[in-house]
Ligand binder design. Structure first.
Ligand code: SIN
Length: 495
């Protein structure tokens, strides 16, 4: 791996706006450097793409101070004024979508077509919450006494601390920052150190959209130090995190010290149920979309496949054929449909899960092995006859492996699907409407895809139950975690 940013890597990006690639943090409206830097590498080539400033506690505290200073004026603006800036930001993101997509592919590895999709998805949250900003309605409640009037309003919760993951370097930011800014909060954001470039490029465009200084701040580098500030500083009134369940639990525990509002979007272990009466074309297409999107690195990816005995062999053969046909490679070149895993550690986990399943008697229908080359590539894999106790079924694999388990009855499938501490997304394929309602209701999940493998959109609530998280992002529910409810109880003068 090169020790300095590779010129070749940057040239390959071919950005129309090279100034979108930033290596400084964004604090109080200024771009700030640091004494040291860290490497951002392209996971497809292993080459260093950029060396952003390693910021830490001092910059995080300065950012919180800037966000606190900007809060009164920003929250006092009429909702329409805030919405106008979000709309301008949305337009700029679409205008520079190709540059943003290329940066994202280079730092994260997902194929360019998927990166373009994520940029549009990210922008959509800003448009949606710009529209929602003007509809944060309160209510009046009939008073409990003749001379009492009760009015309920919703106010911005205050400074928000946000930590976002590497798997969706842009959309997980706008899904949090969009509602926060829309309702009048200010934000300090720490993007993943693996993919900070998308976040910084978004900040360039936010500044151009007219976002006042201090309203959005970005610090990255020393994750423990920055995380400590965001979870313990009393000026931060709300904390939001997308990432793994163990880290989410640890961060939430820290937030308890200052009783912050907390939203968590944590790991899943999504079951994918295919019944004998399913449309197999739809089931295979849904499985491909859900399992292999982002090389299997999404929280809502199908993680374990339960297939009823009558269609098991046909589904397995068709899924294996579709997976074997995927083009694997560098997302920036060629007809790539699956990129690398984010790093070697991720690939080791996938290899361990596959080895565990094979040790338990599973059969390889396609793939099954790590691929040669500088990046952490892994073959699109389908395994049959996986045991329900395999690691593939108990833990989130976060990789391109579909492990198939056979079941006989609906009750058995529901019990297998619910046998987990996670509860983010589940998928059901059936043509029986009565079963749709029965199984859809019985699954202990925040989101259930029925005859579809793609459930993510800005208009629907996204979030989990059990240990998959707290709160909902996107949709009309997405603003709720960023407002406090205030009761005004008025005593009126008697006539
Ligand atoms: C995630 O993996 O955390 C988000 C996936 C999505 O929004 O579809």
């Amino acid at each position: 791996m090169n020790a300095v940013a590779s010129l070749g890597e940057r040239q390959r990006l071919a950005l129309q706006r090279p100034d979108l690639l930033r290596e400084q943090g964004f604090v109080g409206g200024a771009w700030v450097g640091g004494a040291t830097a860290f490497d951002v590498t392209n996971p497809a080539t292993g080459d260093v793409l950029a060396r952003p400033a390693r910021l830490g506690r001092t910059e995080a505290e300065t950012a919180v101070a800037a966000a606190a200073a900007a809060l009164p004026a920003w929250s006092a603006r009429p909702a329409k004024a805030r919405a106008d800036i979000l709309k301008a930001w949305h337009r700029l993101i679409l205008q520079h979508a190709e540059d943003l997509a290329r940066l994202m592919t280079a730092e994260q590895g997902k194929p360019l077509a998927e990166a373009r999709g994520e940029v549009a998805y990210a922008a959509a949250f800003l448009e949606w919450f710009a529209e929602e900003a003007r509809r944060v309605y309160g209510v009046t409640i009939p008073g409990h006494m003749a001379d009492k009037r009760i009015v309920v309003t919703h106010e911005a919760v205050g400074v928000v601390g946000a930590i976002t993951p590497w798997n969706f370097p842009a959309a997980m930011i706008t899904r949090k920052v969009g509602p926060a800014l829309a309702v009048g909060c200010t934000v300090v954001l720490k993007p993943s150190e693996l993919t900070p470039l998308s976040a910084l490029a978004l900040a360039v465009l936010a500044e151009e959209a007219g976002l006042p200084e201090g309203v959005l701040n970005i610090v990255m580098g020393d994750a423990p130090e920055i995380g400590d500030v965001l979870t313990t500083d009393p000026r931060v009134r709300k904390f939001t995190f997308t990432g793994s369940t163990p880290v989410g639990k640890m961060l939430a525990a820290r937030c308890a010290g200052t009783v912050k509002r907390v939203s968590l979007e944590l790991g899943g272990n999504a079951p994918f149920l295919v019944f004998d009466d399913a449309d197999l074309d739809k089931a295979v297409a849904g499985a491909m979309a859900s399992k292999f999107r982002n090389t299997g690195q999404t929280c809502v990816c199908a993680n374990r496949f339960y297939v009823q005995a009558g269609v098991y062999d046909a589904f397995a053969a068709r899924l294996a054929e579709a997976a074997a046909a995927l083009n694997v490679g560098d997302g920036l070149s060629g007809p790539t449909e699956q990129g690398p895993l984010i790093d070697e550690r991720a690939r080791e986990k996938v290899s361990t899960h596959v080895a565990d399943a094979l040790g338990g008697g599973a059969r390889v229908l396609t793939g099954g092995a790590a691929m040669d080359g500088p990046g952490a590539f892994f073959e699109p894999t389908v395994l049959a006859d996986v045991g329900p106790g395999a690691l593939l079924c108990r833990e989130e694999t976060f990789g391109p492996v579909a492990g198939l388990v056979r079941f006989e009855t609906e009750a058995e499938a529901i019990a297998l699907a619910n046998d987990t501490s996670a509860g983010l997304a589940a998928y059901v394929f059936t043509r029986d409407n009565a079963r749709v309602w029965r199984v859809g209701g019985a699954l202990q999940y925040g989101m259930v895809g029925i005859n579809t493998g793609l459930i993510s959109t800005e208009v629907a609530p996204f979030g989990g139950v059990k240990e998959s998280g707290l709160g909902r992002e996107g949709s009309l529910y997405g603003v709720r975690d960023y407002v406090d409810t205030k009761t005004l109880c008025l005593e009126v003068e008697p006539e």
